[in-house]
Design a protein around this ligand. Structure first.
Ligand code: DC
Length: 237
């Protein structure tokens, strides 16, 4: 596999639905080019956890207030070697990957006030990382379309529902969580529908994003392609 010794300058925007390998390749790309790494999905998940801990399920009017207030309690660690998300100082990485948060996160991330508060937070983190480290790989659903519309490289990863569900199942098993194929596939479909039909920043590829279908590509294949792209665009020196 091709490796680079260069350092990334600027922002790589990585978007796409879950199960496309986005997190793994984004993190590895950042590590390979000595850049920061930001998982914006973890931010939406941590806010959702705060809503659930307040005894709400994300569908109530009150949930929006709780969610927006929780944005102030978030801390993202952007080191690709040890990325972390803290909620009021507590590391919630494991808990935000569980079924309860996964079930409620689409409702919370559809709230306009939550999105604008988190987008503002994300832009500040990105600006800081570019100033201090030179470059950052940011993954999410709206990075190329909303958060950093002028990013010099935007990639949109896709894969079929079946492949994405199978990857999710493997991930769940590895993390010791129960995984039933039918239930995971149904959840992939439900989240796709909610994420791509919401009014504020629905999931879609930015017009200038490079769309990469990962059905038949391994993580190493995708990483090789990304390294080629950042080098070709003069983003590593
Ligand atoms: O990438 P993920 O599965 O951890 O994301 C969790 C949820 O957060 C996903 O259902 C959609 C939402 N999300 C979003 O709306 N915008 C982002 N930039 C990142 C995630």
């Amino acid at each position: 596999m091709r490796v680079t010794t260069g350092r990334l300058h600027g922002v790589v925007a990585m978007d796409g639905p879950s199960g496309t390998g986005k997190s793994t390749v984004s993190r590895r790309l950042a590590a390979a080019c000595d850049a920061a790494y930001l998982d914006t999905g973890a931010m939406y998940r941590a806010i959702t956890l705060a809503v659930l801990r307040a005894g709400l399920d994300g569908t109530e009017a009150e949930a929006e207030k709780v969610a927006v207030a929780a944005v102030g309690d978030l801390e993202s660690v952007t080191d690709p070697a040890a990325p972390a998300i803290l909620l009021a100082g507590e590391d919630v990485e494991a808990e935000i990957r569980g079924a309860a948060v996964t079930g409620a996160v689409s409702a919370v991330s559809a709230m306009p006030a939550v999105r604008s508060a988190l987008v503002e937070r994300q832009r500040a983190l990105i600006e800081k990382a570019v100033a201090t480290r030179g470059g950052i790989v940011v993954e999410g659903r709206d990075i190329g379309s909303v958060v950093v519309p002028d990013a010099p490289l935007k990639v949109y990863l896709t894969a079929s529902e079946e492949v994405r569900a199978a990857r999710r199942e493997a991930q769940d098993r590895k993390a010791g969580r129960l995984a039933d194929h039918g239930a995971v596939l149904a959840d992939v479909r439900r989240r796709d529908r909610l994420d791509s039909t919401r009014k504020t920043s629905p999931l879609h590829a930015a017009p200038d994003a490079l769309v990469l279908d990962t059905d038949h590509l391994s993580v190493d294949d995708v990483l090789t392609e990304l390294l080629r792209l950042v080098e070709d665009r003069g983003m590593v020196t």
